[in-house]
Design a protein. Sequence first.
Length: 150
Amino acid sequence: MDHKTLIKYACKQLKSWSCQPISNELVTCNSTGEIPDAIGWTCIASILFECKTSRADFLKDRSKLFRFDLPDRGMGDWRFYLTNPGVIHSEEELPEGWGCYEIVDNEDANKIKLKHVFGLRYKRNDRAPLRGNKDEEITMLRSIIRRMSK
């Protein structure tokens, strides 16, 4: 699947987890340059999806400082990759506190599903494993509100 389609399914998953608002690929003026593929907020936590279509795309993502070296600068209290099958090979490749879901085409039901494959799995009542960069998240939320009021 292409990147836009993965983002569409990430947003759909965030909605099923009761996130509101949800944003995808929103460019804001922030100190890290992070542009989340999909991010949503519940009443107690933020949830981020980074969508990767290929292994090369995933490996390139590892060079971002807020992924491995400075995780407290990244957005999302919960952080997940959403990938095509086989992009991530093992849990050891994930940043600490992350999970990975893959897109699965269920031909019997002619439906696309997300399948947990590595790392953390989202559980609504569990404590979030990370603390997202709230300053950057507020910048993003302010941008969403500003765009809605136009």
